[in-house]
Design a protein around this ligand. Structure first.
Ligand code: PHB
Length: 387
């Protein structure tokens, strides 16, 4: 006679004994579409590290499921974005999309996610339309909208008494929308933007524009650049002698993740963002310690956004016990999640963008240090979203 154990094994193999749901499930396929090359490469790397840190802290599982990663380098190139995202959806059949940094690439991801109803969590790109006109029940953001830090910087600059501002950025959605937010906050609080300057993304030939700033002598310059381009801009601004004559107020990405490479040229720069390195909360301290122990480097805002994308996915998967096919229940659970972020707790707006404090920070040595809360609990207006 067969042993009871062998008998059970035979039944199992024949599929006639139901297994607990979690044990039956194959690993969840996570498509990581991020820049791993180009001016935003370090940003993509930090998002992935933050995401994986949270998963590791949960014992390697979310909602009872192991994760399997499929990675694509999107090169921050919008012209390749639709092909790249469709490979993940159609060829690799990922269960969830995490990406990306660049607003133009993320807009293509959002279109594909909406059409295919694939869950998308955006861990950086601020394109306003993602949680505005292109919003969808299955699209979420763990980061910010371009409008948010821009608007807060405008309010801060005007409150400091600056009246005439010039802006400088890359000419694409992130730069343009951040400048638009700045202009709204600045002009509403009594300032006037006298000129907008721009270069194509990801160019770093700033000289002619810096000469123009020196000639016009505005009270303040507002800048949006990030990654490698931000390092070059901050150094060039200093080398042109402008740092001493025309104060810079920036979107915090200018000095986040870039501060060590910028060195003394960054010292003292004021910026607005939904994170500051030295938020003295148990949550932030534990996060930074865990990040530094795991990766031997300091966390930054991108690591936080990746970490929180994993928290949001975890909240959704917990509600459906790992069964990602229960779309409505999954989406609803993410939408109502309260995320215990290193930046501070946040909830999502009805359009699925974080409602969050925007901090005023100042560069001191290797850190973006908290000065004040620039705007408390700032919600993106979510213009054009119908959910
Ligand atoms: C964007 O393209 O939305 C973007 C890129 C880099 C940042 C922030 C926003 O640091």
């Amino acid at each position: 006679m067969k042993s009871p154990l062998l008998f059970a094994a035979a039944l199992l193999a024949a599929g006639s004994i139901p297994l607990p749901a979690a044990a039956q499930q194959a690993p969840l396929k996570v498509g990581l579409m991020l820049p791993y090359s180009g001016t935003y490469a370090a940003l993509g790397d930090m998002i992935e590290k933050g995401f994986k840190l949270y998963v590791q802290e949960q014992g390697g599982k979310l909602g009872g499921r192991e994760l399997q990663y499929v990675k694509v380098d999107d090169e921050s190139d919008p012209s390749k974005a639709t092909d790249n995202v469709n490979k993940l959806i159609r060829r690799d059949r990922v269960d969830v999309l995490i990406g990306t940094v660049h607003s133009g690439v993320a807009l293509a991801m959002a279109r594909a996610a909406k059409e295919s109803k694939t869950l998308l969590i955006v861990p950086n790109a601020g394109a306003d339309a993602i949680t505005g006109a292109q919003c969808a029940p299955n699209i979420f953001r763990s980061s910010f909208s371009n409008w948010q830090p821009g608007y807060a910087a405008g309010v801060v600059a005007a409150k400091k008494g600056y009246r005439r501002a010039m802006t400088i950025t890359w000419n694409y959605a992130a730069g343009q929308e951040t400048v638009k937010g700045f202009t709204e906050g600045f002009e509403k609080t009594g300032g006037k933007v006298v000129k907008d300057l721009g270069v194509p993304f990801p160019n770093v030939e700033f000289q002619a524009l810096l000469t123009e700033i020196a000639a016009q002598k505005p009270d303040v310059v507002f800048a949006f650049f990030a990654g490698g381009g931000a390092v070059k801009f901050v150094k060039d601004y200093d080398a042109a002698g402008l740092k001493k004559t025309v104060p810079l107020v920036a979107s915090g990405f200018l000095t986040d993740g870039t501060i060590e490479a910028q060195g003394a040229s960054a010292e003292g720069i004021l910026s607005t963002l939904h994170y500051a390195d030295n938020l003295e909360t148990p949550r932030n301290n534990a996060f930074r310690k865990s990040f530094a122990l795991t990766y031997k480097q300091n966390a930054d805002v991108y690591a936080v956004q990746g970490y929180d994308a994993a928290q949001m996915l975890g909240a959704g998967l917990a509600a459906v016990k790992g069964d990602i096919s229960q779309h409505d229940k999954l989406d609803a659970a993410i939408a109502r999640a309260k995320i215990d972020s290193p930046r501070g707790r946040f909830a999502l707006s009805p359009q699925h963008n974080p409602i969050q404090d925007i901090y005023l920070r100042e560069v001191k040595g290797k850190y973006n240090e908290l000065v004040d809360i620039a705007v408390r609990a700032l919600a993106d207006p979510g213009r054009g979203c119908k959910l």
